[in-house]
Design a protein around this ligand. Structure first.
Ligand code: FEO
Length: 172
């Protein structure tokens, strides 16, 4: 079909696909770290986050395809696989979410610059999603920091408040 997208926008969207797939694998690595520490609730939380990031990548690929661009399924960037502490792992997750938020903002800025209202509108879902993801990861980091060495308190918190930090919150 005729493409509705400028090549600069297609390239930027495909670039974001790399970030989302990398985020998915990074969360898988964090989930496995918590598995190895016998912290199943934290592990489950990050496995769910990993699934969400995979869905974000797929959403972008499907949009590029529907709009007539060439989707590219990429190799990902490096993933960190070893952590000294829960705090280090969750800090990495939060900084990843802040980076992704900035990347989504840059994508929106590009869409506006190119008068691409379709892409701008499509990206608004991601804008809202990032608010929830940064907020829930920031809450989790607070809880982990407060718990110190008593990580079972975090497990209890996640059991008692299953929706409080639900991955991605309500933005479906
Ligand atoms: Fe797809 Fe957590 O940003």
């Amino acid at each position: 079909m005729t493409s509705l997208l400028k090549q600069s926008v297609v390239d930027a969207l495909n670039g974001q696909v790399v970030e989302e797939f990398t985020a998915s694998l990074q969360y898988t690595a964090i989930a496995l770290y918590f598995d190895s520490e016998t912290l199943p609730e934290l592990s489950n939380f990050f496995h769910l986050q990993a699934q969400e990031e995979h869905e974000h990548a797929m959403k972008l690929l499907q949009y590029i395809t529907e709009a007539g661009g060439q989707p590219i399924v990429p190799a990902t960037k490096e993933v960190k696989n070893s952590f000294e502490s829960a705090e280090e792992a969750v800090s990495l997750a939060l900084s990843q979410e802040i980076t992704v938020t900035n990347q989504i903002n840059s994508l929106v800025a590009l869409a506006v610059k190119e008068n691409d209202y379709l892409t701008n509108q499509y990206l608004q879902w991601f804008v809202t999603e990032q608010l929830e993801e940064v907020s829930s990861m920031s809450d989790l980091l607070n809880i982990v920091t407060r718990a110190g060495n008593d990580l079972f308190r975090i497990e209890e918190y996640l059991i008692r408040n299953p929706h409080e930090l639900a991955a991605g919150g309500g933005a479906e």
